[in-house]
Design a protein around this ligand. Structure first.
Ligand code: PLP
Length: 235
């Protein structure tokens, strides 16, 4: 495991300060308090040293998209950083539900009945209840995770009524190369209709638009950590 150069820690601290300022400005333009938006630092494929650098700069909420990678990186950091919060934001296999429930403070990618059933069982067995968000495939893209638009409301009902799951909010990843605004507005409308307080939307390229549309959580990777190294290099 190569140590990060000291200047990378400084770069991450500077990027974090700049991002916090941009989030505060976007909140001010939307007449929202800056504390109404949580920055989720997406550390997928980044070495644990990059996570340590962000923690040292005061960042506490992190996002990972693979259970195994999260399991390797985060549990050892928890003792020294009791305020650390881990969000799982990637497509989740049902056979990883139990480990996901053990590891995560929030799971943002609930998108199908079998996963709802697996998470409900895992939460019962583990005695742990991570915050759950339903991921909506707002572009109805066939290759993408998330519940299709037309099924979203029925799925929200099923989570509550069939699986006894409390859903705290919604997450989406708009189609690449499209104006994200209509997707964010749709998600915000759906959350309002169902009384869901959390809206996880907006990434490095579009988080200011997401904040204008009501995002409570923005998931930012490259604008904080720089370009992602290849997966193999992440340890
Ligand atoms: C990788 C990822 C992000 C962060 O993307 P950036 O463009 O690097 O900010 C956000 N959300 C999800 C679900 C991701 O997989």
């Amino acid at each position: 495991m190569d140590p990060l150069p000291a200047d990378l820690a400084a770069t991450i601290a500077a990027n974090l300060a700049r991002l916090r300022a941009r989030i505060a400005e976007a909140c001010a333009r939307a007449n929202r308090p800056a504390e109404s938006v949580t920055l989720v630092a997406v550390s997928k494929t980044q070495p644990v040293e990059a996570v340590r650098a962000a923690l040292a700069a005061g960042q506490t909420v992190f996002g990972e998209n693979r259970v195994q990678e999260a399991a390797a990186k985060f549990p050892p950091l928890r003792a020294a950083h009791p305020g650390l919060r881990l969000h799982l934001i990637g497509a989740l296999q049902t056979n990883k539900a139990r480990e996901a429930v053990r590891l995560a403070d929030a799971i943002e990618s609930l998108d199908r009945p079998r996963l709802a059933a697996a998470l409900a069982e895992a939460m019962r067995k583990e005695g742990r209840r991570p915050t759950l968000l339903v991921e909506v495939n707002t572009g109805d893209e066939p290759q993408k995770a998330g519940v299709p638009r037309a099924e979203a409301e029925a799925f929200l009902r099923a989570c509550r009524e069939d699986y006894g799951l409390a859903i705290a909010g919604l997450m989406c990843i708009p189609p690449a190369g499209e104006d994200p605004r209509p997707h964010f507005e749709y998600l915000a409308g759906l959350a309002a209709k169902h009384g869901l307080p959390i809206l996880s939307m907006g990434m490095s390229a579009d988080f200011e638009i997401a904040i204008a549309c009501g995002a409570t959580h923005v998931r930012i990777g490259t604008a904080l950590f720089g370009p992602r190294p290849p997966l193999r290099a992440a340890r």
